[in-house]
Design a protein around this ligand. Structure first.
Ligand SMILES: *[C@@H]1O[C@H](CO)[C@@H](O)[C@H](O)[C@H]1NC(C)=O
Ligand SMILES: *[C@@H]1O[C@H](CO)[C@@H](O)[C@H](O)[C@H]1NC(C)=O
Ligand SMILES: *[C@@H]1O[C@H](CO)[C@@H](O)[C@H](O)[C@H]1NC(C)=O
Ligand SMILES: *[C@@H]1O[C@H](CO)[C@@H](O)[C@H](O)[C@H]1NC(C)=O
Ligand SMILES: CC(=O)N[C@H]1CO[C@H](CO)[C@@H](O)[C@@H]1O
Length: 837
């Protein structure tokens, strides 16, 4: 009896074991049909947002992903950054904010899907588009084309990443969150430049992807003749008019640009919440089912990761979550409402038959019908006129450049132009860690960067120096440095005979043709001039008058990069640094071409690459001066210590007053700084009309001001006290102007239509301390300058005060039932509020 009983028992046990195993990692089948991505056979609306793991810190990830989920996303998209993971060939880095597996698991923990865009070309305003610079040195290599050397490396890295994700069980086919993968990136934009080899290459990419058996679909974006096994997709400001060239694939929008990136010398970009919501609503109106925000959180280009030309350290992107992870309101909230509404209509949007009604004048309605239910989109793409339409006996007014969504084809629940979410006014407030001493003064130490080698480099090969390279030609900067440093010295000397000196005594010009972007010239150890590219171009011709002496003269050129080109056909071949010729031009037009002189190359700045003065345990720590703090001096090091601001609000440094350089906090490189580079004087407008097609030259602000004044210091880089800030200042500046700030919400405003629930909330534990304005009626003006209209409910202020004062956040039902009668004749009514946090 025992025996059979045991047998029964173990079978049951086995079944139970199998069942529990399946529960923990149930394989999910991801596929697609002509309408949508399907998950276990069910069509899904995918609302995705890009968050690049190296542009924040692991300590920030859970909060960012939680806010993305609260904002109504069901998927997070990221690129994979090859040059960060494989900085030297076959040497890998996956720790800290490069721990992609931890990032994917963090997303999984929130129950969201992952869209993994491996590339490995990523563009992304990332240094060299994500390619390791060592690739460039492989003999015979040609990037992104039918070239065995390139394909071998691409295959090697792509396979490594796929294997890593497989081993962690993170593909949906193994029960993980990764539902989609991408190979290559926007190749269609450049393919024609590569001729037939480009076609061969893109087919090779498709075959590579397929051969990796990831068990989820692969996507190729901006690729119009996609190989059959790949799903094509669209990138852009708008993708509503995009139709895939095959009828078997769904309409996918992989990059909906939520704003734009910032460049050194560029103005602040801004894409309005109204226009972004319009673009999204129209995409879904016209049958789209997968949409990804590029970026949902942009973040920061720490260290040397920014691309070129001139990509700044901030990568805020005007995204729904700002650089520091704060809600960018109203954008975040306005989109959240749209996402929740779209998801609630998922079944109908992915299955319904559609009927279009064209009302003319760019006004159209789309009716989705499925299993007895209907939803309607009324889209007005006219950028000036509000249009009233009559639909089934009811009149609807659709504001210009907006979409109304009616989940029952009768009641308008959402209009992209009517923002009912709060606007948060962010401020940067000075560090109050030391309450007794305000403003909080930083005490600075300094030391000069030593340029000893400037005097000795004219020595010949017979006394070869360490760490230098000799050549009788000018080299592309990245070929010499492998992009391990921004800095490269090009040094040479020339002899002026006594008998020719008369020609070279006066009015001599040094002329340098450089691929830029920054050049500092020294003649006989003295600074002779500096210049950098303008108008967004790296290359320029530098000219300055110099003084020569009879006999040997040394010419030392320090070339500085700020992020290698990341986009365009053959961008990888673009030369950096001094491309030549380098010439001396005498007054009588006589020239000496130094390009084929003997050049001595030295990589890096002594204090950075050799002494590592930014490191906490640096043994040169003693030799810093406390007296006579220099300002406006080139090539100088500054150091101070500071206390971490209390609370949880994000921390920024105000570096206005500095020139250009690199900043480290407790040894972490927080990025290049260049606050002296002002944004263009022109192109800004005081008003920003959301109507009409957006482009990155619309709604700009900050003209003529420092293009990046504030620099993010993630809290995880800090201790409570005794934090070290080290600066290498290249141009000259005044460190005593620097201060530590926190970023927080100062006040919140809203202008909410009747029929909505208004949520007001502060941030960082602060409560609503005052209601400056509240009027339910037809209030006028905008945040900061609201005014009463022709009518209002007399108890407007009282209702809002009662609901909100003293609270971190509050909800107000904006309806007539919640306020005293207003006697208004204007409909719909609105509640305008301005509250102080
Ligand atoms: C990548 O290349 C290395 C040799 O450089 C080799 O050992 C490794 O197996 C390759 N990986 C793949 C997946 O091909
Ligand atoms: C709708 O608008 C039309 C034209 O402006 C008007 O004649 C009609 O009376 C309106 N209908 C309703 C129900 O308001
Ligand atoms: C750059 O890479 C090449 C080839 O891998 C190597 O020979 C050279 O030493 C490297 N140079 C620097 C400065 O790291
Ligand atoms: C001047 O430079 C030449 C060539 O570089 C070298 O041979 C010579 O020794 C130098 N003379 C002095 C005085 O440094
Ligand atoms: C064509 C193009 O510019 N592509 C880019 C689109 O959006 C972002 C810009 O932020 C890039 O990363 C893309 O690859």
């Amino acid at each position: 009896m025992a025996m059979p009983a045991m047998a029964t028992y173990s079978r049951a046990f086995l079944v139970a074991l199998l069942f529990s195993f399946c529960l923990s990692s149930i394989a999910v089948k991801v596929s697609y049909d002509s309408r949508a991505i399907t998950i276990n056979g069910e069509r899904k609306l995918i609302i995705s947002g890009s968050i690049h793991y190296p542009r924040s810190t692991p300590a920030m990830w859970p909060d960012l992903i939680k806010k993305a989920k609260e904002g109504g996303l069901n998927t997070i998209e990221t690129y994979v950054f090859w040059n960060a993971h494989e900085p030297l060939r076959r040497q890998y880095e996956f720790s800290g904010n490069l721990d992609i597996i931890r990032f994917i698991r963090t997303i999984q923990d929130e129950g969201l899907y992952v869209f993994l865009r491996i590339g490995p070309y990523v563009c992304a305003e990332w240094n060299y588009g994500g390619f390791p610079v060592w690739l460039h040195s492989i003999p015979g290599i040609e990037f992104r084309t039918n070239n065995p050397q390139f394909e071998n490396e691409m295959q090697n890295f792509t396979t490594l990443i796929v294997d890593k994700v497989k081993h962690a069980g993170l593909f949906a086919s193994d029960g993980g969150p990764v539902i989609l993968a991408q190979i290559e990136n926007e190749y269609g934009n450049v393919m024609s430049s590569y001729g037939d080899a480009g076609k061969t290459y893109i087919n090779w990419c498709a075959n590579l992807a397929e051969s990796l058996h990831v068990g989820v679909p692969w996507i190729m974006c901006q690729q119009w003749d996609t190989p059959a096994s790949m799903i094509q997709s669209c990138n852009g400001w708008y993708c509503d008019q995009y139709q895939p060239s095959s009828h078997d694939v769904p309409k996918i929008w992989t990059e909906n640009w939520t704003g734009w990136y910032k460049a050194w010398g560029g103005q602040d970009p801004h894409r309005t919440a109204e226009d972004l919501a319009f673009a999204v609503a129209r995409f879904f109106q016209y049958g789209g089912t997968l949409q990804n925000y590029y970026m949902y959180h942009g973040g920061t280009n720490f260290g040397r990761v920014s691309g070129g030309p001139y990509i700044a350290t901030t990568y805020d992107y005007d995204a729904p979550l700002d650089e520091f992870g704060n809600l960018n309101q109203p954008k975040w909230g306005h989109l959240k409402q749209l996402h929740n509404l779209l998801i609630s209509m998922e079944k109908i949007l992915t299955h319904g038959v559609t009927r279009e009604i064209d009302f003319g004048n760019m006004m159209s309605a789309t009716i989705f019908k499925y299993s007895g239910k209907r939803v309607c989109f009324f889209g007005n793409a006219n950028n000036e006129e509000d249009i009233t339409i009559s639909f089934e006996g009811t009149n609807y007014t659709i504001p210009a450049w907006s979409v109304s969504i009616l989940p029952d084809c009768f009641t308008e629940v959402y209009n992209t132009a009517r923002v009912n979410t709060q606007t948060s006014v962010m401020v940067k407030s000075p560090n109050k860690a030391d309450q007794g001493r305000e403003p909080y003064n930083l005490l600075w130490k300094w030391r000069a960067e030593h340029f000893e080698h400037l005097k000795t480099d004219s020595k010949k090969k017979s006394h070869p120096q360490k760490d230098v390279i000799y050549a009788t030609q000018l080299f592309d900067q990245k070929v010499i440095t492998n992009d391990t440093s921004d800095y490269l010295w090009y040094m040479t000397s020339l002899n002026i005979d006594d008998n020719e000196y008369s020609d070279w005594k006066k009015d001599v010009k040094l002329q340098v043709h450089t691929g830029g972007p920054v050049l500092h010239a020294f003649v006989n150890g003295k600074h002779a001039g500096s210049q950098w590219g303008t108008n967004g171009k790296y290359d320029f011709v530098f000219e300055t008058n110099i003084k020569l002496k009879p006999g040997n003269n040394s010419i030392s050129l320090l070339s500085v990069t700020v992020g290698l080109q990341n986009y365009g056909a053959f961008f990888d071949d673009m030369q950096n640094g001094i491309v030549g010729p380098v010439k001396l031009i005498a007054k009588n037009k006589q020239q000496k071409d130094l390009s084929k002189n003997e050049w001595v190359y030295r990589v890096g700045i002594h204090g950075i690459e050799k002494q590592q003065l930014y490191k906490e345990d640096c043994h040169y720590n003693r030799h810093w001066n406390l007296e006579n703090l220099p300002t406006k001096r080139m090539f100088v090091w500054y150091k101070t210590s500071f206390e971490a601001p209390l609370g949880n609000d994000p921390i920024v440094l105000d570096l206005l007053g500095l020139g250009k350089g690199i900043a480290w906090v407790n040894g972490h490189n927080i990025g290049r700084y260049w606050p002296s580079y002002n944004a263009d004087e022109n192109g800004c407008s005081s008003t920003c009309d959301y109507r009409g097609a957006y482009s990155n030259s619309k709604c700009l602000s900050n003209c003529g001001e420092s293009s990046q004044r504030w620099y993010h210091v993630p809290r995880s880089f800090l201790r409570d006290e005794g934090n070290t800030l080290t600066l290498f200042e290249e141009f000259g500046g005044n460190p005593s102007l620097i201060s530590v700030h926190t970023v927080t919400v100062e006040k919140v405003c809203a202008n909410t239509y009747e029929g909505n629930i208004l949520e007001l909330s502060c941030q960082g534990g602060k409560v609503i301390s005052d209601i400056k304005f509240a009027s339910f009626g037809d209030p006028q003006g905008a945040c900061g300058s609201f005014e009463r209209g022709t009518c209002e409910s007399p108890n407007s202020l009282a209702v809002v005060k009662k609901a909100c004062l003293g609270k971190e956040s509050c909800l107000i039902d904006v309806s007539e039932s919640n306020f005293e009668a207003s006697l208004c004749r204007v409909f719909p009514l609105r509640l305008a509020v301005e509250a102080t946090c």
